[in-house]
Design a protein around this ligand. Structure first.
Ligand SMILES: C[S@@+](CC[C@H](N)C(=O)[O-])C[C@H]1O[C@@H](n2cnc3c(N)ncnc32)[C@H](O)[C@@H]1O
Length: 208
């Protein structure tokens, strides 16, 4: 990741989620639901670190689930915006690939940003070293083939993973009555994952 990328995120940090998501609260809540549902369970009181947290949009839904949240971002502008949005929560300015939390965490998440570290296997290995229960991240399979992501997880020492399609659009607001149908489409197993290669994203939970 170059300094230009970080300078861009510094510039767009104020109002980032309102600009980047058609329906930020709903999108964050749905992502939190998937993070909790995929892979091994994490209980209320568990700790979560959010790598590449942006302006901290995931904090509120995860805190509502009873998790103890900490955010990390390489852009100081984003961390400032995240602190404004979540004045009582801890945020650190750091690169995901260099970050070590003060103590091991139960859950690590990395949304729309797992691709920034240059050495992905080393990054996954580092996350695995401090993550007790699971690591959850998302990606667009058109850009990052699921098979190569799975191979990198194995190379980093994760022995188990699960994929789930995610079809809620980021840039358009769907009428509420369509939400259950969109969610149902995510539960069609291999068919959903195939469709995600054209239309959606994949969430991955990795553990062990
Ligand atoms: C596309 S935004 C996603 C933000 C947030 N996770 C979300 O889903 O709304 C990517 C974020 O990753 C941050 N970022 C880029 N490279 C990073 C790195 N190497 N380590 C930590 N954060 C990084 C950017 O500053 C930006 O806030």
């Amino acid at each position: 990741m170059t300094d230009d990328v970080l300078a861009k995120f510094d510039r767009i940090a104020a109002g980032y989620s309102e600009h980047d998501y058609a329906d930020p609260e709903r999108y964050a809540q749905r992502r939190a639901d998937v993070i909790l549902a995929l892979g091994p369970a994490v209980e209320p009181g568990a700790t979560v670190v959010d790598l590449g947290c942006g302006d901290g949009i995931m904090a509120a839904p995860l805190v509502r689930y009873g998790l103890r949240y900490r955010g990390v971002d390489a852009s100081s502008g984003m961390v400032e915006a995240a602190r404004l949005r979540n004045p009582r929560l801890p945020f650190d300015v750091a690169r995901s690939e260099e970050y070590l939390p003060p103590e091991p965490v139960d859950l690590t998440i990395c949304l729309r940003s797992f691709y920034y570290p240059d050495d992905r296997v080393a990054f996954f290995r580092r996350v695995r070293s401090y993550t007790r229960t699971k690591f959850v991240f998302d990606f667009r399979p058109r850009v990052h083939p699921a098979s190569s992501v799975a191979a990198d997880l194995r190379a980093a020492g994760f022995t188990r993973h699960a994929f789930r399609a995610f079809f809620l659009p980021q840039l358009s607001r769907l009428p509420a009555p369509t939400h259950p149908a969109v969610e149902a489409l995510e539960h069609l197993g291999p068919l959903s994952l195939l469709a995600a290669r054209r239309f959606g994203r994949i969430f991955c939970a990795a553990w062990d």
